[in-house]
Design a protein around this ligand. Sequence first.
Ligand code: 5GP
Length: 136
Amino acid sequence: MEKDVFCKIVAGEIPCYKLYEDADVLAFLDISQVTKGHALVIPKEHYDTFLSTPEKIMHKVFDVAQRIGQIAIQFLGAKGVNILTNCYEVAGQTVKHFHVHVIPRYESHDGFELELKANDEGLNLPMIAEQIKNNL
Ligand code: 5GP
């Protein structure tokens, strides 16, 4: 099977601006900086998405994402951070290897738009809540 681009970065076949590395996790700058310091945190081992990543590894990835978010605020001058992971194409995932985006935010018009717009007309919230709750 053809390696995805992040597996190639892990293998050292594609260069990156590395921020952090341990036995399980790698963090590096996103090649397309949405804002200054936009970073990606990935497991070294391949998992398609957040949803299919073992809990321990997923926690390690988020630990590193949290630390990079804190550093963006302390040292890059960010005023906030968006932590984002897209799962599957319909959600905007383009690289099929679990990754967490750490997107530092500098002001309300820093070029990154993330609008959570209500679209809840006709939704049966009690039924939806039951469906989720009963399967947790
Ligand atoms: P997704 O849309 O899958 O959530 O995000 C994938 C991200 O990977 C994009 O933001 C894209 O810029 C980044 N990316 C894709 N190829 C490379 C690469 O070769 N190097 C680096 N550093 N980032 C990449």
